[in-house]
Structures are given as structure tokens and as C-alpha cells.
Design a protein around this ligand. Sequence first.
Ligand SMILES: Cc1cc2nc3c(=O)[nH]c(=O)nc-3n(C[C@H](O)[C@H](O)[C@H](O)COP(=O)(O)OP(=O)(O)OC[C@H]3O[C@@H](n4cnc5c(N)ncnc54)[C@H](O)[C@@H]3O)c2cc1C
Length: 207
Amino acid sequence: MTSPPTDSGPPSDRTKVRRLPDRGRYDADTVHAILDEGLVAHVGFAAEHGPVVLPMAYGRVDDRLYLHGATGNAMLRALDGGAVCVTVTLLDGLVLSRSAFHHSMNYRSVVVFGTAETVTDPAERDDALRAVVDQMVAGRSAECRPPSPEELRATRVVRVSLTEASAKVRSGPPKEDPVDLDPPVWWGGVIPVSLVRGAPEPDEFVT
Ligand SMILES: Cc1cc2nc3c(=O)[nH]c(=O)nc-3n(C[C@H](O)[C@H](O)[C@H](O)COP(=O)(O)OP(=O)(O)OC[C@H]3O[C@@H](n4cnc5c(N)ncnc54)[C@H](O)[C@@H]3O)c2cc1C
């Protein structure tokens, strides 16, 4: 079992936020909260033909992040035992400065470095697959048919430890240079952005 990131600083040199370091966070609460709110992980690894970043669903159990896919999934196969970088981003706002230069975004993001390991233990696979489903809607795994033995055989589950993770958070108004405020000719401020779930649309089989 690995240890979660602590709030005592970056867990490794490569996770140390150097650009605007005051935006860096390393505590497990922040890292986990961002991961738990996100829905899509961007998974980067070195493929035979060069670097690849692919979007994927994911789930978290304690300090482990899980990915899943078909046994024949080329990426998951290539990932097994290899170095991986997983990023999850929550976009909170478009930051419009009076200067083109200071335009920015408000966000909470997590970057995880690690090794991807195929999970073979049945109990861990079960927990991981439940976590991936519950990431979409909390408790959903208890409200649908569990995977059959055939479906389980066709599914690869990959684990990435959250030991080596960083978070970065930007919030607040745009940065302005004094010259742009004397007088403030252009508009400046934040356009909030959030991912909103619509009303559920039952399919034709719901009675
Ligand atoms: C939605 C969004 C839009 C962005 N747009 C831009 C842009 O247009 N231009 C731009 O330069 N930057 C942008 N950033 C910030 C970008 O992610 C980097 O933080 C920044 O470019 C600094 O890169 P660096 O290589 O100098 O980072 P460094 O500070 O040298 O990175 C060192 C380590 O810090 C950690 N780290 C760095 N960035 C992040 C992060 N975002 N989240 C979690 N951990 C991190 C990683 O562990 C990394 O290995 C954006 C971020 C988000 C979330």
C-alpha cells in the first residue's frame, strides 16, 4: 500500500509546481477532491510511434486511480508496467483581461506520474470497476447488473498510484497592468464555466 500525497510539499522533484508555485497543492484532500469531481482523465504514455494522450473514464479508490478497457485495448496493453502521466482538469472560468497577454483560465487540475499496473486480484478488480461506474453517478454500481464472468474476462483494469501527484489551482479575477486601468477602456472579468448535468432522459425500456 502506498501513501497519499501530504501537505508537506511535493512528493517528488518532478511534481513540484515551478511556474507560479503558489498555485501548487500536494495534499491528498485537494488531489482527491479534484479527481472525485472530474469525469475524464487524459492519459499520456510513450507509444511505439511516439507520445500519445488519450481521454478515458476513471475511478478512484483511496490513493489509487483505476482505468479500464477491453482486454485488446492497445493503449492499456502498452501501458502495462510502463510510465504514465494522467491529468484531470476542472475548468471553472474564462478569465478575460483588458490585455490579450493576461487572458487566462480558472481551473483545478491534477497531474499524476506513475507506473501503470494491470490488476489481476478479483476483489481489487471488482472495487475498481465499481469505482469507474460510480464516478459517473454515485452509487450507480449498486443499481445495475454487475459484470458477468465473460465481461470480466474481456476487461483489463489498470492501476496508477496517486503517490506522485500534484494539483494546481487558479481562481479569481484577471491580472491587469496599470496602463490598462488608466482608464479601464476594455471589459475585464471572469466568465464562470461549469459542467452541468441535464435532466435524465429515460430510454425506451424504462417503464
Ligand atoms: C485549463 C488550463 C489551461 C491552461 N492554459 C495554459 C496556457 O495556455 N499556457 C500555459 O503556459 N499554461 C497553461 N496552463 C497551465 C499549465 O498546465 C502549466 O501549469 C503551465 O504551463 C506551466 O508549465 P511548466 O511546464 O512550466 O510547469 P512546471 O511548474 O515546471 O511543472 C512542474 C510540475 O508541476 C506540476 N504541474 C504543472 N502544471 C500543473 C497543472 N496544471 N496541474 C497540476 N500539476 C501541474 C506537474 O507535476 C509538473 O510536472 C493551463 C492549465 C489549465 C488547467
